[in-house]
Design a protein around this ligand. Structure first.
Ligand SMILES: N[C@@H](CCC(=O)N[C@@H](CS)C(=O)NCC(=O)O)C(=O)O
Length: 204
């Protein structure tokens, strides 16, 4: 079985996918492009929607980070078989991505004054709006979005780290002890731990 994941040399939308693949012991080619060199015309033109991540497996291919994460999660046994439980986790990852969309708006803003105002709003309101709700959901399930470890847990941890990098400031998890514990747990999982130990620090 040949597998290839293409993304930037950043955590961004690919790190949850990488974490799931490493946790699942699923071998893949981890192809990374330097964001500073983007767009690389030959690569971009070959992408169906011009964007990364892009996942290939045995001649088939998939875009959209959540579709990829969900698919590889099914191989890593991180996806429930019950459709209702699957839908609950889908809702969780869409909620996490709603938070991410606020970070993306910040990333895209070019006016420095507006950008600073957006950052202030994120740290004074937006983060707490989402993180207090994630915290509650995790508390309900003994520290996970489902009754046990699932792909949604990986998405939260990956997106949290991507937000920290993009915002240039760590989100303080003191008020969200269950999120903090989940983050520590995912980072020390077999496969993930070894990957993180050799991974080079990301820089924008
Ligand atoms: N909804 C897509 C969004 C993909 C996306 O925004 N990719 C960005 C990087 S995070 C990208 O490829 N940017 C470069 C470009 O648009 O040329 C997903 O979740 O995969």
């Amino acid at each position: 079985m040949s597998r290839k994941l293409q993304y930037f040399n950043l955590n961004g939308l690919a790190e949850p996918i990488r974490y799931i693949l490493y946790y699942g012991g699923i071998k893949f080619e981890d192809v990374r492009y330097e964001f500073k060199s983007w767009p690389i015309k030959t690569v971009k033109d070959a992408l169906p929607f011009g964007q990364l991540p892009w996942y290939e497996e045995n001649g088939r291919s998939l875009n959209q980070s959540l579709a990829i994460a969900r698919y590889v999660a099914s191989q890593a046994r991180l996806l429930p078989s019950d459709p209702w439980e699957q839908a609950v986790l889908d809702a969780a990852v869409f909620n996490i991505y709603d938070f991410w969309s606020k970070v993306v708006a910040f990333i895209k803003e070019e006016d420095p004054v507006k950008k600073q105002a957006m950052k202030s709003e994120l740290f004074s309101e937006t983060i707490d709006f989402y993180f207090s709700r994630f915290e509650k959901e995790l508390q309900k399930n003994n520290g996970h979005f489902w009754s046990k470890l699932s792909w949604a847990d990986f998405v939260l941890v990956g997106i949290l780290e991507s937000a920290n990098l993009s915002l240039g400031q760590e989100i303080d998890l003191k008020k969200y002890p269950t999120i903090k514990a989940l983050w520590a747990q995912v980072k020390s999982l077999p496969g993930v731990k070894e990957y993180v130990a050799v991974r080079k620090p990301y820089a924008l």
